[in-house]
Design a protein around this ligand. Structure first.
Ligand SMILES: [Zn+2]
Length: 342
């Protein structure tokens, strides 16, 4: 199987004209995989579009992103809720052990959503995003200090699960912050293991539910693009994404190699791909950022071309273009010429 170019849509436009343009470009470039948000897929206004691409559609589930459906936010080690600040104000992360008022767990709730959408559309794939703990990683650069990364979740659900699992008796603390400080000081090794195991187990649960409905559905997991040992192993130990666990769960592992916003060079994309491949021997599909998202990034056409080529290099399975709907005419031309060499 040759390398492929993949479309990842961030926000599907409401206008039919723009949707038609998106569709034309997908067909023109002979693209067979389109990542599209679950929340866009269930909108009535998008039904016609989704039907046209459903055999290529991978629905992106924003697993622990707060969508105001009544689940509690995670609690950080300083006792604050898992909500970003400044540029990251939009980011609110739910507690993976949390329940709504009907005592339904968030992961079970997502499984029900996934089940419904598979039954309605028979998509090509389901892809799991925001299956990680809180950190606004979009603003964490190569030289950022990992000591400032806030760990989570220290809510009553998580503390109870943790202490029960390891048979630990905690002193009675008046605040979440005190509990967090005590656990991190005395039980860090157990805590980090608890953190990434919970993420892995939740993915296992979701994947086995999906396979029960349709064994052929392609699974993708979106991963924060940090090297294994970078930031003192924070991808695994704080975000809870242990990619070695993902190899048996996913058909594709997709590191979000958004080099312009993360201020990394183009070679870094390939370096991430190679490390991910060496660790997992899985199909690695790097996603690249083709348009400014936070206003500060600059991206020339030449840079775009190098970025796509870098993403297609080494052991990569292809390049995921994000956000597909913002592709310029010039970028499209470049993609056409790259495509002809694949
Ligand atoms: Zn919690």
């Amino acid at each position: 199987m040759g390398k492929k170019i993949v479309a990842k849509i961030l926000n599907l436009p409401e206008s039919n004209l723009e949707k038609t343009e998106i569709l034309t470009r997908i067909n023109e470039l002979d693209i067979n995989d389109v990542y599209i948000l679950y929340r866009d897929a269930i909108k009535k206004i998008n039904k016609e579009f989704i039907h046209k691409i459903q055999s290529k559609a991978h629905f992106v589930i924003q697993t622990l992103l707060n969508d105001n459906s009544g689940f509690p936010l995670a609690i950080l080690e300083n006792g604050e809720k898992a909500v970003g600040s400044d540029m990251g104000k939009w980011l609110e992360i739910l507690c993976i052990n949390g329940e709504n008022s009907e005592n339904v767990n968030i992961i079970d709730y997502r499984i029900e959503q996934i089940t419904n959408i598979i039954k309605e559309y028979s998509p090509k794939g389901i892809s799991l995003d925001f299956i990680r703990n809180f950190l606004f990683w979009e603003e964490i650069y190569e030289n950022s200090d990992f000591k400032n990364f806030k760990k989570s979740c220290f809510c009553p659900y998580c503390i109870k699960k943790f202490t029960t699992l390891y048979g630990i008796e905690l002193p009675n603390f008046p605040t979440f912050e005190d509990t967090g400080t005590y656990i991190l000081k005395n039980y860090w090794d157990k805590w980090k293991e608890f953190t990434y195991r919970k993420i892995t187990q939740s993915i296992e649960k979701i994947v086995s539910a999906i396979k029960e409905i349709d064994n052929n559905i392609v699974i993708t997991i979106h991963v924060v693009p940090w090297f294994e040992g970078e930031f003192n192993f924070s991808r695994k130990n704080i975000l809870g994404q242990n990619i070695i666990d993902f190899k048996k769960l996913a058909n594709f592992i997709s590191p979000m190699c958004y080099s312009p916003m993360l201020r990394r060079d183009n070679k870094w994309i390939l370096d991430i791909v190679e490390e991910f491949y060496n660790l997992t021997e899985s199909n690695i599909l790097p996603a690249i950022q083709i348009s400014p998202m936070y206003g500060t990034e600059k991206l020339s056409d030449i840079q775009f071309k190098i970025m796509v080529e870098s993403a297609l290099g080494g052991n990569s399975d292809g390049a995921v273009i994000w956000p597909w709907e913002l592709l310029t005419k010039q970028q499209l031309k470049i993609l056409h010429s790259i495509k002809s060499t694949l």
